[in-house]
Design a protein around this ligand. Structure first.
Ligand code: NAP
Length: 246
């Protein structure tokens, strides 16, 4: 087991990449905090883990709400006594061309995708410093490195997460905390389900491996980065995109 007894908090783990990651980490011995704004989806993930013999609890969490973050961290420490891994996975899209993007669309995406990870990092960091160890992984995107029409807000948040990753890689490294980012390409999840098949085919064509990603492609990378096998990887941005960006 590659992360036996490590306590892992994954935001947005009721669905898609976060859910697949929670299920994989539980199979590898982790104790999972399934945190999601979607209660039904989050409860289902935690229940699936427990049914398969794993250890998990669901915590309602809107990452943009600092009080809720504090509560989830408190509940995690009172149940498991520590926090070893934080995966800032929760994210949304609210696409529009820049001429049409509303202030609400801009603010909502910034609040959830960028301020949310900041809130969660501040929530866990003191505990990790006290422990003298920890792993933080921010889910960025190929869009941070490549841009994408209609995603000014989303690209800003995903690029911002790379800046946070590099800054905290420097700031927290000396405390025994590793901070990395993963930049997935186009992955089949509920988030991409609304993208027209024509566009997805185009992305497939542009990808040297000639396929889109699966949630487990990202989950496997997150498992490696969370494990002690990655103990000298810090401040890195790992692309999981089939070579779409080189
Ligand atoms: P997903 O299937 O939509 O899952 C995201 C989960 O996060 C959902 O359960 C969602 O709940 C929850 N969530 C939304 N707002 C939240 C909030 N404020 N607080 C806590 N949880 C919240 O998405 P995904 O495709 O797995 O994406 C996961 C991450 O990977 C995101 O950060 C995304 O930007 C990034 N990413 C995805 C792709 C891709 O191709 N799929 C590519 C690059 C990067 P609801 O269902 O209620 O909204």
């Amino acid at each position: 087991m590659r992360i036996k007894d490590k306590v892992v908090l994954i935001t947005g783990s009721g669905s898609g990449i976060g859910k697949e990651t929670a299920l994989l980490f539980a199979r590898e011995g982790g104790k999972l905090v399934v945190a999601d704004v979607n209660d039904k989806a989050g409860e289902e993930t935690a229940e699936e883990i427990r049914k398969n013999g794993g250890d998990a609890f669901f915590a309602h969490l809107d990452v943009s709400n600092r009080e809720q973050v504090k509560q989830v961290v408190k509940d995690t420490i009172s149940k498991y006594g520590r926090i070893d891994v934080l995966i800032n996975n929760a994210g949304i899209i609210q696409d529009a061309l820049v001429v049409k993007m509303t202030e609400e669309q801009w603010d909502r995406v910034i609040n959830i995708n960028l301020k949310g990870p900041f809130n969660c990092i501040q929530g866990v960091v003191e505990q990790m410093i006290t422990q003298g160890s920890g792993v933080i992984i921010n889910i960025s995107s190929v869009v941070a490195l490549y841009g994408n029409v209609g995603q000014t807000n989303y690209a800003a948040t995903k690029s911002g997460l790379i800046g946070i990753t590099k800054t905290l890689g420097k700031e927290l490294g000396r405390k025994g905390i590793r901070v990395n980012a993963v930049a997935p390409g186009f992955i089949y999840t509920p988030m991409t389900a609304s993208i027209p098949e024509k566009i997805l085919d185009l992305m497939k064509e542009k990808t040297p491996l000639k396929r889109l990603g699966k949630p487990e492609d990202v989950a496997n990378t997150l498992l490696f980065l969370s494990s002690d096998e990655a103990s000298f990887i810090n401040g890195a941005v790992i692309s999981v995109d089939g070579g779409l960006i080189m």
